[in-house]
Design a binder for this molecule. Sequence first.
Ligand code: GLN
Length: 554
Amino acid sequence: MSAKYIFVTGGVVSSLGKGLAAASIGCLLESRGIRVNLMKFDPYLNVDPGTMSPFQHGEVFVTDDGAETDLDLGHYERFTHAHLSRDNNWTTGRIYEQILAKERRGDYLGKTVQVIPHVTNEIKAAMKKVAQDVDVAIVEIGGTVGDIESLPFMEAIRQMRQELGRENTLFVHVTLVPFIAAAQELKTKPTQHSVKELLSIGIQPDMLLCRTDRFLSKELKSKVALFCNVEEEAVITAKDVESIYEVPLVFSREGVDVLVLRYLHLEARDRDLRQWEELVHRVYNPKDEVRIAIIGKYVEYEDSYKSLKEALVHGALAHNLRLHASWIEAEGLEAGQHACEEQLRDFEGILVPGGFGKRGIEGMLEAIRYARLNKVPYFGICLGMQTACIEFARNVCGLADANSSEFDPATTHRVIYKLRELRGVEELGGTMRLGQWICRIEPGTLAHRIYGKDEISERHRHRYEFNREYEGTLTAGGLRISGSTPDGTYVEIIELSDHPHFIACQFHPEFKSKPLEPHPLFQAFVGAAHEHGHRRHTEREQVELEMFHRPGRW
Ligand code: GLN
């Protein structure tokens, strides 16, 4: 049987959570034993988001095969078992790149190359490729209906319905039903307009996921159904929830999966969402909380670190904890240890995540020094490992001008330098060390205790590496290299032995963490932070008690 397709489009405004909606539908279908794959088309002209600013685009999600993709793929992986690759994310730029290469090769010889059929054919071929070996392919079209640049994708999905018929294709439209305070009413007009826009390009949606902050009444649903020409049952209340992991449950209560099965003529077993229900129960019933400081420079743009934030949540949920993660502006810590004491003293764990460029580095170094000296659990990721090595080289090994050549190319002690394989490579697109690489872990280390394995594979995205010429100096000072590539070329994990929990890795473990399979490094870090907080709390109480009993004190 060939696969069926669910096309997810969005209307009215952007940021309605199309990606989460697609992922949640995938999750629901999997809970009924249906095999799914998910893909996203982004209508912009960049070949991939790899060279785009995190302010513009948010996180770049990296797949095992080293593709730099849209952050919605992170949702797909966290909510389903789909194994994603560069085939699961296409931009207009990449589609055109492919077509232009064919044109230059002479593949279209004699023909005029046009949007229809050449571009649309290329888009359809990409969809069909991910639909192999699954029952349902969920295809998300980025952007909002009405955008000029998304038209070829809309046309391609219109053609897919034409080719494959109603039983094999389903159009899901995510829209907004805002509550207007002045009128004390939910308004359906934007949804009506958005559907009209879709109709004008030949697409009649089958299901409307209405983003709203309250339940849509039966009357309202029937009004939307009438005006938008969908069944009343197919007007779904996609109500805002506190935790994204509740979305599949919200959809299941609205009967989304039942409708999908009916529309697509699919047979499936009963849904089994017990694991998700149990997870959501934990989200809302934590036994305690944990406070983590994330030191970064893109603080006001949480989207830049979507997977990181989720991985921390997963780590916290594994211990039944509520996560309080605060973003601390790295530049604000440059004043030194006083500034750190002032801003970081109430946190139980400190994390320096990945990042690029010089801004904020000195502040990160101060935060790391603070974590090292005060025995606060530290977790460094990518840039957070590189800065941990620099801090150690400067403040423990006495190499005052230790640095990365990324921040100071002229420094004498380049503890971090450009990847040897990248020397001379000037092009920026797709040229980093990307994707999955194997790392061998040293027995007897914290890393080994955490993973419980000798060999792991994790995802990378970096241009600089630890300079092994400094290995002797740093290890003599007490730093331990606990993970390296099997051939010994690259340092992958470092840690400090005289610290309760100080570990940093060159890879990005956040990309592989899932709510139902929390990543061991995040789980261990959050656990250590919580323990540290508990210990500190007891110590502070002890001090207060002693003060109280000290004669003459009061
Ligand atoms: N800027 C550093 C490098 O290119 C770190 C990259 C990262 O944190 N993703 O190696």
